[in-house]
Design a binder for this molecule. Structure first.
Ligand code: C2O
Ligand code: CU
Length: 426
């Protein structure tokens, strides 16, 4: 993948490709998939963000037995919500996802918005060696306690992209999926004004991001409406500048020479039809604290090696409320908390660490209420919320889906090193 003459990179793949085949389903229409495991180790498939029955959630040891080499498992569910979702391995996830076991899952609206094109960018991050093969050394203790495994090569839909061809005047619905195991992204579309219409598949009030950058932690998705307002024949950069000083050009938007498709931007509404996600009742909601703890302290840059390990056992670098669930999680650990089925619940994430954490909840979608006490505008929903160092974020959801569900950071190094737990809805 590095240059034309480099050898191909050996990956782990769904149906021979990474990212896996794009699955396009209809909202409310039953779906079935048989997963056959041709790997030499156990696996499962998790349908990230889909509000599905617990037994279909794909968490080994918690919702199903792992699929052994040579084994198979039938997944079946009916997606209740339209939007941009994805699927990935949930067994040995750091390594299996890092080697390529991810794919996009698009649930189509019955009446999709008027756009000229619907594009999907599944963005992956790879750490490759000079022979273009994936570098070994997953589960590095140092990285686990810091930002996680960040690679040296970013791909869109499995390729190192050069340019995406566009036509002046067209409106594109661009579905962005951060399928990286550790890299956080902040995408700036030079010369353009992206309007976010959905986050994690769930529609929000259409809005331009506050500082113009679309911020995506691992596992997060954004649907943006992009009016191609640039000049025919010109090329514009899409830059990821999340990590200060390490910004890079993700891709160019290369305009066709043709005259604009239309004289003025399309004036069709951008708002997406809403999904049937229940709105939590804040007046009767129970509040549950989720304190994220551990990791290397902020003094690292000065060379200090202060591990904030706080007496955690078993190779853990992180904890939630003082408990560390490591590896694939699974059975045998008592839930962090229990919620009565049907109750509204407020989760109060408190990031006590010096690192960013995209916190993901299985089986439910939540409404993001406040950040450091300040109300979040645009009626934002999601299944993963990016929490800054030291930040407090409150989200709320109706615990209407019975079962034992995962709650974890989606930086895979953090998850396997303890930033994971289970909650029970019963
Ligand atoms: Cu995207 Cu626990 O998963
Ligand atoms: Cu994290």
């Amino acid at each position: 993948m590095i240059g034309d003459k480099a050898p191909e990179t050996a990956v782990w793949a769904y149906n021979g490709v990474t990212p896996g085949p794009v699955l396009r389903l209809r909202q409310g229409t039953p779906f079935r998939a048989t997963v056959e495991n041709h790997l030499a180790e156990d696996t499962t498939v998790h349908w990230h963000g889909i509000r599905l029955p617990n037994a279909m959630d794909g968490v080994p040891g918690l919702t199903q037995k792992p699929i052994p080499p040579g084994g198979r498992f039938d997944y079946a569910f009916t997606p209740p919500d339209a939007g941009t979702f994805w699927y990935h391995s949930h067994d040995d996830g750091l390594l299996q996802m890092g080697r390529g076991l991810v794919g996009a899952l698009i649930i189509e609206e019955a009446e999709p918005p008027a756009v000229d094109r619907d594009l999907l960018w599944t963005i992956q991050d790879w750490r490759l060696e000079s022979d273009a093969q994936i570098a070994p050394g997953f589960n590095n203790r140092m990285e686990e306690a810091m930002a996680g495994r960040i690679g040296n090569m970013v791909t869109i839909n499995g390729f190192v992209p050069d340019a995406v061809r566009v036509r002046a005047g067209e409106r594109v619905r661009l579905r962005l999926l951060n399928a990286a195991i550790g890299r956080i992204m902040a995408l700036r579309f030079e010369g353009h004004r992206p309007v976010i219409v959905a986050l994690d598949g769930q529609p929000c009030a259409p809005h331009e991001p506050a500082d113009g950058r679309v911020l995506l932690g691992p596992a997060m998705r954004a649907d943006v409406m992009l009016d191609m307002s640039g000049e025919p024949g010109r090329s514009y950069r899409v830059v990821d500048d999340f990590y200060g000083g390490l910004s890079y050009v993700l891709v160019h938007l290369a305009y066709d020479e043709a005259s604009p498709l239309r004289p003025h931007p399309l004036d069709a509404p951008r708002r997406l039809p809403s999904n049937p996600v229940p709105r939590p009742d804040l007046a009767t909601a129970v509040t549950q604290a989720v304190h994220m703890q551990g990791g290397m302290m902020g003094g690292m840059r000065g060379g200090g090696m202060m591990g904030g390990m706080m007496g955690m056992g078993g190779g853990a670098a992180w904890a939630i409320n003082g408990q560390s669930m490591t590896g694939d999680g699974g059975a045998g650990m008592k839930p962090l908390f229990r919620i009565e089925r049907g109750r509204s619940c407020i989760l109060e994430f408190r990031n006590e660490t010096m690192w960013w954490h995209p916190m993901h909840l299985h089986g439910h979608s939540f409404n993001v209420l406040t950040r450091d006490g300040v109300p979040v505008p645009h009626d934002e929903w999601g299944d993963t919320v990016l929490v800054r160092p030291q930040e407090r974020v409150r989200v709320a959801f109706v615990a209407d889906n019975p079962g034992d569900w995962m709650l974890h950071c989606h930086i895979m190094d953090h998850q396997v090193a303890g930033l994971m737990g289970v909650f029970q809805v019963s």
